[in-house]
Ligand binder design. Structure first.
Ligand code: GTP
Ligand code: MG
Length: 477
């Protein structure tokens, strides 16, 4: 099929046969003229990359209107030199040696070999993780490791990291167009169709990114919201997540720019898309109001339930801590319950309370609730204020930490910070180092020195629980 444009551009209609698969080339070659004797320029190369063109070719024209010189470029599969593309210089047009059919066929085969075929995960669920920050590389790597755990919990397959250390993050364009082109080629080479940014993207950053790349762009906040949405069980939990999602989406609603029409250079203005956008916004606001009303209702009910519990004078012990440290496992072991505990971030969203009886005929109530994470998105903080209210009547906080985690100290600090945020820092508190069974002797000694006050346990293997129960008893009674 041949599509012809004019001096202003070329409109590529939606073609059934064009590959929309993000990890493959589009199946389109672009041949265009330069009226002067000019090689392929930066803009040509950018079009090739962002439109995933099989190749871009230029034919210059003599003053008499005859073909003169010819040059071509195409993207390269992953290579040691980390080159993004191969580009030729201008040659007399009848001496050009480019055989597109052959070159592109082998290029596609190579791309497939290095990217796509190696995984069970659906193409649209393969992601690259990106960090752009002034922090040192090591620190950014750690951030991406946590993001990777989040991505995997959300069902994504992580195909690679992309780290940029910058003096200052550009508030409008988080990455320059050149860097974004690098990222685009890396995504193609790795067969990834989602770009996940480690920082929260402002509405304008998101808009600018999606104006350039056709790939799906999401940020850490959206990822966490997705996980919450997957894990929410109760009516209240679901409403809270929906509210957070809507609040997050509202300023970020955009008309999706289809990159394939971009070569026309300048479709714009307030088309019918904009009107639809206004409608969408209004719908969202109405929905938000409804949710807020219902949540207020739930808040009231919870308050009543809480004051009943408070009246009953049974002390309340709240389990708090970073996500995935073993809070639910501990609740299960201590109260012989079957709350969901698994190796996933944010397995628990809804608060659960379980009673336990001491041999001395004393009772306590354990409350398990949503785990914390560093840089908790603001939308979630607000949405979960109702859940976190369960912490206020608690007589004692058990701060559970994962002793085997490489960033134990940072996680403990993050939890302390959130407690301060919630004005809960003055509650009586016990630090618990869980997963003690996973440690080598050396780390045990080190941590015992570092955290002499902490209670060392293994919730999974039921170790150290006697002592923990005694300490709790002494604190409460
Ligand atoms: N080796 C070991 N693994 C543990 C221990 N305690 C919990 N785990 C595991 O850690 C993972 C997370 O446990 P959860 O109890 O779901 O953790 P959580 O703190 O409730 O996590 P969220 O609710 O997701 O925030 C599970 O795979 C548990 O089996 C322990 O003492 N030792
Ligand atoms: Mg849990």
């Amino acid at each position: 099929m041949v599509i012809v444009g004019d001096n202003r551009g070329i409109l590529i209609p939606f073609l059934e046969k064009v590959r929309h698969n993000q990890s493959r080339l589009s199946g389109l070659r672009l041949l265009h003229t330069h009226l002067k004797e000019q090689e392929l320029d930066q803009e040509d190369l950018m079009d090739m990359i962002f439109l995933r063109l099989d190749s871009i070719e230029v034919l210059t024209v003599s003053e008499e209107g005859y073909p003169k010189s010819y040059a071509y470029a195409h993207i390269l599969p992953a290579n040691k030199q980390e080159q993004m593309y191969s580009i030729s210089s201008l040659l007399p047009w009848d001496q050009a040696d480019f055989n597109p059919k052959e070159v592109i066929k082998s290029l596609e085969e190579e791309l497939e070999r290095t990217s796509a075929k190696t995984s069970e995960v659906l193409e649209e669920n393969r992601a690259l993780l990106i960090s752009v920050d002034s922090a040192p590389k090591k620190e950014q790597e750690a951030t991406l490791e946590e993001l990777k755990a989040l991505a995997q919990t959300a069902g994504l397959e992580v195909r690679g990291f992309f780290i940029q250390q910058v003096k200052k993050v550009n508030p409008a364009h988080i990455l320059s167009k050149n860097k974004l082109a690098e990222l685009e080629v890396l995504a193609l080479q790795k067969g990834a169709s989602i770009l996940v940014f480690a920082s929260e993207l402002s509405p304008s950053q998101l808009r600018n990114l999606t104006n350039i790349t056709e790939r799906k762009v999401i940020d850490r906040t959206q990822l966490i919201l997705d996980i919450f949405a997957q894990h929410a069980q109760s009516r209240a939990g679901k409403l809270q997540v929906e509210m957070a999602q809507l609040k997050y989406t509202l300023p970020r609603l955009i008309k999706q720019n289809r990159a394939l029409s971009r070569l026309t250079g300048g479709i714009g203005g307030r088309g019918p898309g904009e009107t639809k956008l206004e409608l969408d916004r209004r719908k969202i606001r109405t929905r938000l109001n409804k949710i807020e009303e219902e949540l207020n209702q739930i808040k009231k009910q919870r308050k009543t339930a809480r004051s009943l519990r408070e009246k009953s004078e049974i002390p309340i012990v709240a389990l708090i801590g970073y996500t995935n440290v073993g809070k639910s496992t501990l609740l299960n072991t201590l109260t012989k319950s079957q709350v969901l505990a698994q190796n996933k971030l944010f397995a628990t969203l809804d608060p659960t309370s379980k009673k336990m009886r001491y041999p001395q005929d004393r009772e306590i109530v354990f409350t398990d609730t949503v785990g914390f994470i560093k840089n908790l998105p603001q939308e979630l903080k607000e949405a979960f204020s109702a859940t976190l209210e369960e912490l206020y009547p608690a007589h004692l906080l058990l701060h559970v930490a994962d002793a085997s985690h490489p960033h134990l100290a940072k996680q403990i600090q993050a939890v302390e910070n959130i407690l301060k945020d919630l004005e809960l820092q003055d509650k009586p508190k016990i630090l618990i180092l869980n997963k003690w069974d996973k440690l080598e002797e050396e780390s045990k000694n080190f941590l015992a020195n570092q955290y002499p006050q902490a209670v060392k346990i293994s919730a999974l293997h039921k170790e150290g629980l006697e002592e923990l129960m005694q300490i709790i008893f002494r604190k409460l009674f």
